[in-house]
Ligand binder design. Structure first.
Ligand code: 13P
Length: 254
């Protein structure tokens, strides 16, 4: 973590929880945030789509921001089951996760699609959190850096800036497995991502853009990971479902 970049602690709730769980979790985080205004991090939670309205009301005035777990590339139209970036922004999303590996796998989303989604989310006024990451097979065959480079360049929106884009490095083999990247593995990929960003958007924007780590991040490993020079926070799944754990990760970043 560099002092020039404000850490971002993002919770991806995935397809978990009912109304009562979301309300409880959001209100616990809101309370902690209100009581700790001086802590130097940004916090965002990304609930399941049907819970966005409830969560935004619960977070009101706390400073904890809300994001969506996906955002469609089109502004409106015949796309059953999807949500437009305009609606997500309108309901209160400040961020939109795009290109999560679960969407790339479950819904066949490729880099071109992720790029279009990121561009539409930004156009609607949200910050795009673009996920990339290699599989275990790709890592084992020595293709971890090249895979991330390819996904990054293919998914990066036109006009990407530190204000409208966040990159999340999520090694697929670390997601939900309890197996976390070592500090050396994480720093190597984060540095490679930043080097690629320097070429794509220039040194100034690249030095300001936040690159999050995601994959089995928890209170016990967060401090070490977020302390790395090119890790600027986390995109957290399982551990974001418990307020004390998620908060402890945020404290490790401040
Ligand atoms: P876990 O923290 O559960 O490994 O999930 C990471 C993730 O996929 C966040 O988007």
């Amino acid at each position: 973590m560099s002092t020039s970049r404000r850490p971002l602690i993002a919770g991806n709730w995935k397809m978990n929880g009912l109304k009562k769980d979301a309300k409880q979790l959001a209100s616990q985080l809101a309370k902690r945030m209100i009581n700790n205004k001086k802590l130097a991090f940004d916090m965002v939670v990304c609930p399941p789509t049907p819970l966005l309205g409830l969560v935004v009301e619960t977070l009101k005035g706390s400073g904890v921001k809300m994001g969506s777990q996906d955002s469609h590339q089109a502004t409106s139209g015949a796309h059953t089951g999807d949500s437009s970036p305009q609606l997500l922004k309108n309901i209160g999303c400040a961020y939109a996760i795009v290109g999560h590996s679960e969407r790339r796998t479950d819904h066949g989303e490729d880099d071109k699609c992720v790029k279009a989604k990121a561009e539409s989310a930004i156009e609607a006024g949200m910050v795009a959190i673009i996920c990339i990451g290699e599989t275990l097979k790709q890592r084992k065959s020595g293709r971890a850096i090249s895979t991330n480079r390819k996904q990054l360049l293919g998914s990066l929106p036109e006009g990407a800036s530190a204000k409208n884009t966040v990159i999340a490095y999520e090694p697929v083999w670390a997601i939900g497995t309890g197996e976390v990247a070592t500090p050396a593995q994480a720093q190597e990929i984060h540095a490679a991502i930043r080097a690629e960003l320097v070429k794509a958007i220039g040194a100034k924007e690249a030095s300001k853009m936040r690159i999050l780590y995601g994959g089995s991040m928890k209170p016990s490993n967060a401090k070490e990971l977020i302390a790395l020079p090119d890790v600027d926070g986390g995109l957290i799944g399982g551990a974001s479902l418990k307020a004390p754990d998620f908060w402890a990760i945020a404290e490790a970043a401040s």
